[in-house]
Design a protein around this ligand. Sequence first.
Ligand code: FAD
Length: 322
Amino acid sequence: MSKKVLVIGESREGSLRNVTFEAIAAANIISDGGEVVGVLCGAGDMEAMGQEMVYHGATRVITLANEELKTYTSDGFSQAIFQVIEDESPEGIVMGHTAIGKDLTPKLASKLESGLISDATEVVAEGDKIVFTRPIYSGKAFEKKEITDGVVFATIRPNNIPALERNEELAGEVSARDVDIQNIRTIIKDIIRKSSEGVDLSEAKVIVAGGRGVKSSEGFEPLEQLADVLGGTVGASRGACDAGYCDYSLQIGQTGKVVTPDLYIACGISGAIQHLAGMSNSKVIVAINKDPEANIFNVADYGIVGDLFDVVPKLVEEIKQM
Ligand code: FAD
């Protein structure tokens, strides 16, 4: 049965995040030929970003521009989006399982008194049912879930559900809507970015991650070179972060970021269960470790037993010559 599905888009520094397009693809599966309505809060060229959402499969897009929505606050965004939900009465809502998605969606779901399927890695239509797959027990197993009553509300894990192909021939209205926002309890005074470079870890296609085996912050340099030649970004284990070799914003794992790149290269990482929780669903895993018994080899598709300081520079040279 066709449904109206709302997609909450996300932008950063004036550009849509890729997970927005993946959420539109998921919404198209849920809607089963019904309407896919994009909603976008924030700053930047809202009209152009709304148009991009249309080119990726949204039927129409509502943009919400307001002084209070220039930077994310839980209060501001939830009030604004809730007003659109009240207008549109969608039967489904989808958003990326990002830091903002994780904060915003439970708040909206509780206001709607609806359930929420979080961190879905797959969305499949099985007859009249929409079946979501999501990880449990820190990624050690997967469960299948469906919502049988009320709004089908879900967040999707970045890099798992392929976006639809961009098509400039798709037409759809992009309209701006006023919103009434009151009593914001959080005031963002300034945003200090730890690193302005590199790709967002949760959306990266290639990650070269370093562990305690890199031995120092300088030890990350060959990993950065490998990430550069592969067009990827650098991540880390908590071991490396705890040792002060890199910033905690790079931490991957149970208490860090969950990533699903096409290629994950683990260098000097032992493969503790808490690290695997954040990366074991990567499409191809390569492990470089001098201990042949390291647990990381149990999840690796390709393993290189050796010293990372010998192996990584050789890989960089080989790739440069390709
Ligand atoms: P180690 O376990 O010390 O492994 C270093 C590896 O490097 C070894 O296998 C060694 O053989 C190899 N090595 C050394 N030198 C070289 C070399 N020259 N060349 C090649 N290989 C070399 N960890 C996370 O990563 N993410 C999390 O989110 C996380 N959350 C946690 C939450 C909790 C509640 C707890 C208790 C722990 C958590 N941890 C997490 C920590 C986790 O248990 C491990 O301690 C950590 O992952 C180990 O990091 P590591 O593999 O870099 O270091």
